[in-house]
Design a binder for this molecule. Structure first.
Ligand SMILES: Cc1cc2nc3c(=O)[nH]c(=O)nc-3n(C[C@H](O)[C@H](O)[C@H](O)COP(=O)(O)OP(=O)(O)OC[C@H]3O[C@@H](n4cnc5c(N)ncnc54)[C@H](O)[C@@H]3O)c2cc1C
Length: 375
């Protein structure tokens, strides 16, 4: 079949795929989003969007929508077990992943985008630039963009590309609790993050534990309150909030960083390119940044050049944030008292905090190395 000959095929209607679709629609570049499920995910888990991600949302013209569906946190408080370490100003929206998907989907469809639901890409032929949907329908397309998440089918199979258990597992839930900022508790056994969602009176909770053998890699596995209470230090004020709610648990998996974010006829964005541990809250933000960058290069250049420039623009940043996120986990879970005291002291210095947050949060694609790529 040839009806998508001139289309960029975007595999996956997640954050990366939908944001890329929105940018391509704005640039009038023909594209189609392909999603294996019958709708976007209704995943209730929380997500935070930091200033680098907010910038992308703003340039898509969606800041107003984000404000409606997310909570703007102006401070974040850090605790070392029960000791308050610091509260510092931030500018971070928190919401649920399903809200972010919904905002992007609504916009993409409004500006004429097309999503093929119930369409799983079951194989591709890179040389011919063909995709096969649901093991039967074969389409020739102009280019394939893998936005199909951590378990990306489009990444080469083989030992090097297997998911690797990160050593951390996670509990999560949405609790009935009125809070109005981000709270993060560090402890050797677990670290926990609680922040408001857009729904008044509800907060998202994530508790991360170090565990030799991980929980399964599924966001839908439920766990029992007692197991949860054995794993996670729950501040006394919160215990009631956790009883009688759905608690989910899963293992956090990563992959070896890619050396190059593209191959022939195929480019990788978001978790398909760089699944990272979520300890700096950057996976979704990087997916948004990737989408803006690749769309921009596609607008300015023919595809092979766009791929090259996209890679040069993104590879250092995504791989550095991947290792920064792992280091952040080590810092949160320190167990040596001297190191814990040193960490808590250092965190109180603004210049120390700025060192890491400015690399993450001040990034703006339009001020990045663009000028090098315009020739
Ligand atoms: C506990 C936790 C907390 C997090 N917190 C944050 C946070 O605070 N801030 C932040 O920025 N990020 C956070 N993240 C990361 C963030 O959620 C992900 O990085 C982001 O969702 C990745 O977007 P994506 O579009 O690449 O992939 P996904 O959102 O996973 O989308 C992939 C899509 O592809 C579809 N798909 C897969 N295979 C196929 C196929 N073969 N054919 C068709 N469709 C297919 C899937 O159904 C899915 O819809 C967190 C992650 C976790 C696990």
């Amino acid at each position: 079949m040839s009806k998508y000959n001139d289309h960029i095929a975007i595999v996956g209607a997640g954050i990366a795929g939908l944001a890329l679709g929105c940018f391509l629609q704005k640039y009038q570049i023909q594209n189609i989003v392909i999603e294996r499920n019958n709708n976007i995910s209704n995943e209730g888990a929380g997500i935070s969007i930091s200033p680098n991600g907010i910038r992308v949302i703003e340039r898509l013209g969606l800041l107003k929508e984000l404000k409606k569906k997310a909570f703007l946190n102006t401070s974040a408080s850090f605790f070392s077990e029960y000791e308050h370490v610091l509260t510092n100003p931030v500018n971070v929206f928190t919401s649920t992943r399903s809200n972010i998907y919904e905002i992007l989907k609504k916009e993409y469809l409004k500006i004429g985008g097309q999503i093929l639901f119930d369409s799983e890409v079951t194989s591709i032929n890179k040389n011919k630039c063909e995709i096969v949907l649901n093991k039967k329908d074969r389409y020739k397309v102009k280019h394939i963009v893998a936005c199909d998440g951590i378990n990306s089918l489009l990444r080469e199979k083989g030992q090097k590309n297997k998911n690797i258990y990160s050593g951390y597992s996670c509990w999560r839930g949405i609790i009935k609790q009125n809070i109005n900022n981000v709270n993060l508790v560090m402890s050797p056994k677990s670290h926990t993050v609680i922040y408001p969602t857009a729904q008044e009176g509800y907060a998202s909770f994530v508790g991360v534990i170090k565990k030799e053998k991980g929980f399964v890699d599924s966001w839908r596995e439920k766990g029992a309150f007692q197991d949860f209470a054995n794993d996670i230090i729950i501040p006394p004020d919160y215990i009631e909030a956790f009883k009688n709610i759905d608690l989910y648990r899963w293992g956090i998996y990563i992959r070896k960083p890619m050396k190059k974010l593209y191959t022939k006829n195929l480019t990788f964005l978001g978790d398909a390119a760089h699944p990272i541990v979520p300890f700096l809250g950057q996976g979704g933000c990087l997916a948004l940044e990737d989408a803006e960058a690749f769309a921009y290069f596609l607008k300015e250049h023919q595809i092979t050049k766009a791929q090259k420039y996209y890679n040069e623009n993104r590879i250092y940043r995504v791989n550095r944030i991947s290792s920064m996120s792992l280091n952040q986990g080590r810092l949160y879970h320190l167990s040596n008292k001297t190191f814990i005291n040193a960490r808590n002291r250092l965190m109180q210095f603004k210049f120390v905090r700025d060192m890491s947050t400015s690399f993450l949060w001040d990034y703006d694609f339009l001020n990045s190395k663009l000028n090098n790529f315009n020739s």
